[in-house]
Design a protein. Structure first.
Length: 369
């Protein structure tokens, strides 16, 4: 969720007249999920200035963050697989930190939706079966001490690309090849039970999105369980809240009725400067120290909590954006909304707003179903 074009796509989605006519009632909750938890947070390895540090130091910094996150959430969504800036296939330092932490702290029960870099499905990468086999060893097995069992208990889904309908980095042909190659490589490594999926930015009434989802469906394996795909939605961009999110979800789930629709990202910034950064480019509304983030997160937890109570401790699998603020998103524009989605403070305490509200994260969020 880093580029202006994606923001524009979301705005067009939210502006769709269909949203005004759909009911706000909660959609049906998927009957199955690879995750043992219902709600997690996104966690980006570029949150802090770690890229200037050694891999060893980054692993330590990630562990410090995960100590804080796992006090509330046990399910996280990461975004990077391979390290950038090198021709050698190395695991991204932040992802290495996450997997190392899971290996070293099995008592935490951490589960990961591991996303790849945006170019992972290109022909020179997962478009090559040899690369896919090296990828499985380097990105998954090596950080977990070579143990397929440890990988299976931690990595519950792999997302090829992020918001692939909006990125334009690879096409459906590339996506098909990457799915086939990685499926084979995972099976050979004893990891065939881990589902391969993706995240869509604009899933509603969008031909490119449908083409990618159809390709995913044609490659879906029986060992992965019921089909699921992730989609993102941020109704604050039109000054709306959870009711708009419910309407969007109901419509999207109805359109993709043969799929379970999981939430890859949703959130509300506590600050937005419409005169600068992406906010200016996309004419986002102004947000300044108000109660928007507190209200949206609270309403989301309440909505999901209703599902939890009514559906045998199951909700729509949801990743809230994000665990912490991400000041490196737009370091030259401190007021840009991209920097201000954190649900937790630097100390690990739930966020609070200027009105004195402190976010309450329900206990069930960190409990297995």
């Amino acid at each position: 969720m880093c580029w202006p074009m994606k923001r524009l796509v979301w705005l067009l989605t939210l502006a769709c007249p269909l949203l005004a006519t759909l009911p706000a009632a909660a959609a049906g909750v998927p009957s199955s999920s690879p995750f043992d938890y219902n709600v997690g947070v996104t966690y980006d390895s570029w949150m802090q200035s770690w890229i200037a540090y050694s891999r060893e130091d980054t692993v330590k910094f990630v562990a410090q963050d995960l100590d804080k996150i796992t006090s509330h959430f046990k399910m996280i969504h990461t975004y990077h697989d391979a390290a950038v800036g090198t021709s050698e296939l190395l695991v991204d330092p932040g992802t290495l930190g996450v997997l190392t932490y899971a290996k070293d702290h099995p008592d935490k029960g951490l589960q990961v939706f591991l996303g790849t870099n945006e170019d992972a499905a290109t022909s020179a990468k997962l478009g090559s079966l040899d690369y896919a086999k090296k990828w499985v060893q380097t990105i998954l097995l090596d950080p977990m001490g070579g143990s397929a069992k440890s990988v299976l208990s931690t990595v519950k889904a792999i997302g090829i690309g992020n918001e692939i309908d909006a990125q334009g980095v690879f096409n459906v042909h590339d996506f098909n090849a990457a799915l086939r190659n990685l499926t084979e490589a995972m099976r050979e490594a004893g990891l065939g039970a881990i589902p391969l999926t993706t995240t869509i930015a604009n899933i509603s009434h969008n031909a490119p999105a449908k083409a990618f989802v159809d390709a995913l469906g044609s490659n879906w394996q029986g060992t992965w369980g019921a089909k699921f795909v992730f989609a993102n939605n941020f109704p604050w961009m039109q000054g709306k809240g959870v009711d708009a999110f419910k309407s969007w979800y109901d419509g999207a789930q109805s359109e993709y009725s043969s799929w379970n629709l999981f939430i890859g990202e949703t959130g509300y910034p506590y600050q937005s400067d419409p005169s600068k950064g992406f906010d200016h480019d996309q004419k986002f509304p102004s947000v300044s120290g108000g109660t928007g983030e507190f209200t949206y997160a609270t309403d989301m937890f309440n909505w999901l909590g209703e599902q939890y109570s009514a559906n045998n401790h199951r909700t729509i699998p949801t990743f809230m954006f994000s665990g912490f603020d991400e000041p490196r998103k737009q370091p030259s524009v401190p007021g840009c909304s991209e920097n201000h989605y954190g649900l937790l403070t630097a100390s690990g305490a739930p966020m609070h707003d200027t009105a004195g509200h402190t976010l309450v994260i329900p206990d069930w969020v960190g409990q297995r179903r």
